[in-house]
Design a binder for this molecule. Structure first.
Ligand code: KDG
Length: 316
């Protein structure tokens, strides 16, 4: 039994030691970066059974990515290695006064060659949730087929599908992105957009309208991420804003959304209602921003509990 199954590309990530323009940075720390595996690691930290599927290059980078994710407690038994294509690579750039930026080297990577068969039915049939992001359909035609085929098969097996739109403007044309992701939402049960993503996809930055429109497309639960302000959650039973957690200093916001997804699914798996699951999502997302690296800040149960205790005390 797999609590959450996810599929997507994870790259070797070179994280700069110092902030500043890329061309002047000379020292990097090697990590891994991939929205879906970040989410899976977040779930594993909270003691859930998470499985991550991908295709990696049969190169040392692919082994490093697989070992890191496996070492974090995620089931990687369905990962495959492709002798004909490399593992993707990305660099992060940290700027003091501007948003951090990424540089990708992932065209024709092993993961971009994934297709429906990369997701075995056996894995899907054993899962409670299938988690997808809008990054995978941006990678290639065969990856687009994979995500749509996966949602269809998930439905057959009674698996709940969650989607984080994770818009990546660098990877595809904006019109195609919008059309593809809106039709993907129609096939998903849980949708977790950031407010800016909602604005790009739907043309409104009103969280309530974003939620209503995604629900009209077919999603049962929509949680709109509002950054430091928390999140707006809507389902048949609720439509409300759940306040966020204050962190002393945001060190690296990349990966916060993945932590948010892990927190939300973790809560729902344990039977929390959407509002309480959103509170957990806010907490995990907040903690993820306090550390550089996408997965290093993801909390264990006890770290999560101490943050939630702080919030309770504050509002007393
Ligand atoms: O959400 C964090 C991811 O953006 C990062 O880890 C890399 O998956 C990644 C991507 O494609 O941008």
């Amino acid at each position: 039994e797999i609590d959450v199954l996810t599929i997507g590309e994870t790259m070797v990530l070179l994280n700069p030691h110092e902030s500043g323009p890329m061309r002047h940075v000379v020292d990097f720390r090697k990590r891994i970066g991939g929205a879906e595996s970040n989410m899976a690691v977040g779930l594993a930290r909270l003691d859930h059974d998470a499985a991550w599927i991908s295709r990696l290059g049969s190169d040392p980078h692919g082994q490093y990515v697989r070992d890191t994710i496996r070492g974090a407690g995620v089931d990687t038994q369905y990962v495959t290695f492709d002798a004909e294509a490399p593992t993707g690579l990305m660099f992060k750039e940290r700027r003091e006064l501007a948003e951090s930026r990424v540089y990708y080297y992932r065209d024709d990577s092993a993961a971009s060659r994934m297709a429906p068969d990369d997701l075995p039915d056996e894995a899907l049939a054993n899962a409670r949730y299938l988690h997808l992001t809008g990054i995978t359909p941006a990678l290639s035609e065969s990856c687009r087929e994979l995500v749509f085929d996966a949602t269809r098969r998930a439905q057959e097996h009674g698996v709940t599908v969650s989607l984080d739109p994770n818009l990546r403007f660098k990877l595809w044309d904006e019109t195609m992105m919008r059309e593809t992701l809106l039709s993907l939402v129609e096939e998903c049960d849980v949708v977790l957009p950031g407010i800016e993503e909602g604005a790009v996809l739907l043309g409104t930055d009103d969280p309530e309208r974003i939620a209503t429109e995604f629900r009209a497309l077919g999603a049962d639960e929509v949680v709109v991420k509002l950054g430091a302000d928390g999140a707006f959650v809507a389902s048949d039973a609720v439509a409300e804003t759940v306040t966020g957690y204050e962190v002393e200093r945001v060190v690296d916001p990349v990966g916060a959304g993945d932590g948010f997804a892990a927190g939300y699914l973790s809560g729902r798996l344990e039977g929390l209602d959407p509002v309480r699951a959103t509170d957990r999502a806010n907490a995990v997302g907040a903690l993820a921003t306090t550390v550089t690296g996408d997965i290093e800040g993801l909390p264990t149960r006890s770290e999560l509990r101490s943050l939630q205790v702080t919030k309770t005390n504050k509002s007393d």
